[in-house]
Write a protein that binds this ligand. Sequence first.
Ligand code: ZN
Length: 334
Amino acid sequence: MKKAILGVVITLFISCNNNETENVTPENTNAEQADIANNKTALCGSDILRQQRLAEDPAAMQRMLQIENQTNNFIEQKKMGKVLADGSIEIPVIFNVLYSNATSNVSDARINSQIDVLNKAFASSHADVSSIPAEFKPVNAGDTKIKFRLAAINRKSTTKANWAPDDKMKSTTTGGMNATDPSKYLNIWVVNYMPYSTGYVLGYATFPEDAGLWNDGVAMMDEYVGAGGPIATHNKGRVTVHEVGHYLNLRHIWGDANCGNDFVNDTPQQITLHRGVPTYPKYETCGGVSRSVMFMNYMDYSDETTLFMFTKQQNDRMQAAISASGPRAGLRIL
Ligand SMILES: [Zn+2]
């Protein structure tokens, strides 16, 4: 393969500076080869033309400088070990547990299991991968190379059991716990209960537009942290996977509207969210088109036994969020 590439390069090298290509004879080809050997006429025009272009077009110069900046950032991050050798990144995770009783003081084992669930979900390496329907297998994200590493577990006893989804758990001044540098760590707060409206929220996340702010991260009710929690339909740690999906810029698969848009093309448009365990295949009509919907996507609301895939284009959005030029680039830096 290397020889073939070298041949192409030499051919380009010659043709780049050949003004008489239409009349190449064996004789003048030999003459060119002699000139090349003497380092006379053999040049590649790419950089000569580029320099002219950059001198004439400030916008192109600006783009070139941005690309060089991004390239340098990537190389620096690689040196610092945050871009692993296989191209993956490892997001450091801080758990902030606000407990008001023994059950809300989620054990280290459950927290470690949550990291394991996240890693398997983002690598598509759990057993439920075999349950992805054949029609959706081609768009399964596979190994996103987004990994998670437990950095610390902070615990604080509190008499407050009910927390609204209003960020009070994220500040000591309101009885909660301050984040550990949210520009560099994924902070996950764990509380006993989050009543909301007529029910409660299992968890909620900030999106990348809040990257690095004091309240940036995920808040979870303790029942839904890790594997083996008390709620049979939701004890596989996948609510947290869903919330981390939001944190990395994924929208709900139904686009939060009737036949809405999740900005992802390989998730079939669906009418609204699903609950429980829908029967596959499930067809829904949006815009007059009937489609088999992907209720097993992490960004739906189905029971956790039925949530087991991200798509390739969802992964594209997450990669954009954590890329060196993305809003969550800080997660890559030590
Ligand atoms: Zn959600």
